[in-house]
Design a protein around this ligand. Structure first.
Ligand code: HEM
Length: 420
């Protein structure tokens, strides 16, 4: 337990209590982002189903999140009511975020999910492994040649863009703008947006759509192998003949490209930064690096400890009850994955990074009908990237404090300079 060295600034219980008392997702103080967990712990202790200043509800207990995820009939993922005033009628961000599967209920959700899952079978993912190993080793060679670099720019962010690019068959030379578009579009989901962020998000959706129209037209002319190529599957539709509309097709491609980017970048970046803070855990993992099971267990703990997607949202379609609190019809609910994954009722010593933790049923990928469709792929990327990085550079060290992204929903670093 005394393993942690201080890179993440400690927050006093008193300060966490102060932030919790006036907790408002739209007005978080700067020190919240460095370490939100004491604030979440205070909320979970004092008011686990918390009424927010805007009338929505903020949930921090593991059991309450599971109950909401389970009951998709009551807790809708459809965001049209919430997002129409947020982005404004006709805004590209509105069209995008209301037509992707993650923000829809059955039947659209079921149709799109089935198509995607058909290309992400266990076999299809296993076939990606050799290419992934080559990609990671190429990045590691470049790092070795330079004696270090930036963990995010030169390593963590370079992996998902290639993997998801391959999944949708985006030519290599076209991949440059993908990460920027993805950051801007997902960034627009933050509780509070500046006009600049909103404008950038809208512009990114427009540019992304423009690009995808050409890609889809080419793939229609020359279909790929539907066993592996998600775009071909989405174009061809189901065996029963039901296809997606052009809007559904394009917007869901954008979503898949985005969903696997920042989340996986942050899994890798957060893990390598966390190990720097927990040297005894790093030592133990290095001792077991040859064991796939040990690395897999470590990945699950990184996902729990610093969940890259920290918040989820649902809307109650009828009056209901969560954690003993009555919610009215239309209640907007924010699910704090970060808080649930540190709930002592579910995890022993939840604030300790324990890479050998067993029974780690974290909620980093959500749960229920919307549980992450890319979780096996993300786990594979995590295992190969983190495992091979550590094996190659066991003595790596951060050369300056890493810079946080400063966002409540997606937790990760923008920069983390290191030497090997
Ligand atoms: C560490 C990496 C990742 C994390 C932490 C993560 C997290 C999540 C979470 C929490 C959800 C549920 C959202 C909700 O219930 O509202 C989700 C959904 C989704 N994720 Fe991931 N994700 C990751 C990587 C990926 C990758 C690599 C892909 C690419 C294939 C992907 C594709 C999706 C899709 C398509 C959905 C929507 C599923 C649905 O609505 O049925 N994710 N992800």
């Amino acid at each position: 337990m005394s393993d942690a060295v201080v890179v993440t600034p400690a927050m006093t219980a008193q300060r966490a209590g102060e932030i919790a008392v006036s907790f408002d997702l739209r007005a978080l103080p700067p020190d919240f982002y460095a370490n939100p967990y004491p604030v979440y712990a205070a909320l979970r202790d004092q008011e686990p189903v918390r009424r927010m200043p805007d009338g929505s509800w903020f949930l921090t207990r593991y059991a309450d999140l599971v109950a909401v995820y389970r009951d998709a009939g009551v807790f809708s993922s459809d965001k049209k009511i919430e997002f129409t005033p947020k982005y404004g009628a006709g805004a590209p961000l509105l069209e995008h975020h209301t037509s992707s599967l993650v923000f829809n209920d059955p039947p659209l959700h079921t149709r799109v999910r089935r198509l995607i899952m058909g290309a992400l079978t266990r076999r299809a993912i296993a076939q990606m492994e050799p290419g992934l190993v080559t990609l990671v080793d190429t990045l590691l060679d470049a790092i070795a040649a330079r004696g270090g670099g930036d963990l995010i720019e030169d390593f963590a962010s370079a992996i998902p863009v290639e993997v998801i690019g391959n999944l949708l068959g985006v030519p290599h030379e076209d991949r440059g703008p993908l990460r920027g578009w993805s950051l801007a579009i997902l960034g627009a989901l933050e509780p509070r947006l500046t006009p600049q962020q909103e404008a950038l998000g809208n512009r990114s959706v427009r540019e992304f759509l423009h690009y995808l129209r050409t890609l889809v037209a080419e793939r229609r002319r020359q279909p790929g192998d539907p066993e592996h190529d998600v775009l071909t599957r989405l174009i061809q539709g189901e065996d029963a003949g039901e296809t997606l509309s052009e809007t559904e097709l394009l917007q869901n491609c954008i979503f898949i490209l985005n969903a696997g980017h920042e989340t996986t970048t942050n899994l890798i970046g957060n893990a390598l930064c966390a190990l720097h803070e927990w040297p005894l855990q790093k030592q133990a993992l290095l001792g077991a690096i040859g064991s796939e099971a040990a690395v897999d267990a470590a990945i699950e703990e990184f996902l729990r400890f610093e969940s890259s997607n920290q918040l989820g949202n649902r809307r109650a379609v009828r009056a209901c009850e969560v954690g003993g609190v009555a919610l009215p019809e239309g209640a907007l609910v924010t699910l704090s994955i970060a808080a649930a994954n540190r709930d002592p009722a579910q995890f022993a010593a939840p604030d300790v990074l324990d890479l050998a933790r067993t029974g780690n049923r974290h909620l980093a990928f959500g749960f229920g009908i919307h549980q992450c469709a890319g979780l096996s792929l993300a786990r594979l990327e995590g295992r190969i990237a983190i495992g091979r990085f550590l094996a190659r550079f066991p003595g790596y060290r951060l050369t300056a404090s890493p810079t946080r992204g400063g966002r409540a929903r997606f937790r990760g670093f923008l920069q983390a300079p290191f030497a090997v």
